[in-house]
Ligand binder design. Structure first.
Ligand SMILES: Nc1nc2c(c(=O)[nH]1)N[C@H]1C(S)=C(S)[C@@H](COP(=O)(O)O)O[C@H]1N2
Ligand SMILES: [Mo]
Length: 333
């Protein structure tokens, strides 16, 4: 079965809950193709699916578990509007291709994502290198609608396709000494024009604590909007831990390493006073140069669009709050 139900006590916002049976079946076939390695396969027509997603109501029983994507409009429950594919794929941060939001879409055309393999190493019983095709098939693919909030103050709502990173972690069996997971991303100066620039140290590295990485919300992402990821969004695979600021979501991952010490991440290295390791979305902790209390939804940025209040843990507090019980989140920002 494609859509797995986890026994972890809450439901993810799965595609099957918001789309009609036929659209869902169609997508399922496409996802199977994708798992079979049919690169570039369009999984379903985007416009049709968005219309469905927006007309459908969430079943009331599921609402409490989905505070992050459900919002109340005059008593009725509606889905938050998905960000347009065009915005999500042309307003990007991917500094290997430049620092302007339009640069990644403009400059990533030469970047090669096939063949691709990911080395899983460090403190695990079963270190190995996975061909992308094997990673795609490792677990059933799900579609989950997650918000992403950038530390710069914008956010998007995107249907991601992938599966919980925990599925991979269980396969490689971390040793008892493993406490963190480091994600190393591609750094190819031939096809990534800004690798070599002094904007950041390369490769771009991110990391999570092992329990954060094991959390079922944390997703290994291969696609979005029912399609393979475009290069500018991190093809062929990226991370998504939706309660954290965007920069935690390393794109174009080539190595996943289990360690006993906190990974030295790219942003912590370049500006530790501005970007902490945890990087949980927290409206009460300002970035030293600006507030994090509100956000601007990409696509709604007309002159009179009102800013939205940023939610603690990006709205996923019920699911992830316990991970930080007893921690001073002002200190561990
Ligand atoms: N390799 C790599 N991954 C990266 C970045 C980057 O510069 N390089 N930028 C991060 C930041 S700051 C954000 S907000 C998100 C943006 O993801 P998106 O372009 O898909 O919206 O990717 C993150 N992952
Ligand atoms: Mo970001």
């Amino acid at each position: 079965m494609l859509i797995k139900s986890h026994d972890d006590g809450f439901h993810h916002p799965l595609g099957s809950e918001i789309t009609s049976r036929s659209a869902y079946e169609g997508r399922r076939d496409m996802l199977r193709l994708m798992a079979a390695g049919a690169a570039g396969t369009v999984l379903a027509t985007w416009a049709g699916r968005q219309a469905l997603a927006q007309s459908a109501t969430v079943r009331p029983g599921k609402l409490a578990a989905l505070p992050s994507i459900a919002s109340k409009v005059s008593g009725a429950v509606t889905m938050e509007k998905l960000t347009d594919y065009k915005d999500a794929s042309t307003y990007n941060n991917f500094y290997e291709f430049g620092t302007d939001k339009a640069d990644p879409a403009r400059n990533s055309g030469r970047f090669q994502t096939t063949p691709w393999s990911v080395s899983v190493e460090g403190l695990v019983k079963q270190p190995r290198s996975y061909a992308l095709e094997d990673l795609l098939k490792l677990s059933a693919q799900e579609e989950r609608i997650y918000r992403m909030r950038c530390v710069e103050g914008w956010s998007m709502v995107i249907p991601w396709v992938g599966y919980s990173l925990a599925e991979l972690i269980k396969k490689v069996e971390p040793l008892g000494s493993a406490k963190f997971v480091e994600f190393v991303t591609a750094a190819d100066p031939q096809t990534m024009p800004f690798v070599g620039s002094r904007v950041l140290s390369w490769p771009y590295v991110e990391g999570l604590r092992l329990d954060e990485a094991m959390h079922p919300l944390t997703m290994l992402v291969f696609g979005m909007y029912g399609e393979m990821l475009p290069t500018q969004n991190g093809a062929p695979l990226r991370l998504m831990a939706p309660w954290k600021y965007g920069f935690k979501h390393g794109k174009s991952i080539v190595k996943i390493r289990f360690t006993d010490t906190e990974p030295k991440t790219a942003w912590v290295k370049s500006a530790p006073q501005e970007y902490g390791f945890y990087s949980n979305v927290n409206p009460n902790v300002d970035h030293p140069r600006w507030s994090q209390a509100t956000e601007r939804r990409i696509g709604e940025d007309g002159l009179f669009a009102k800013k939205r209040k940023t939610l603690m843990f990006n709205g996923y507090e019920a699911q992830v709050g316990q991970l930080y019980a007893g921690m001073d989140l002002k200190k561990f920002y």
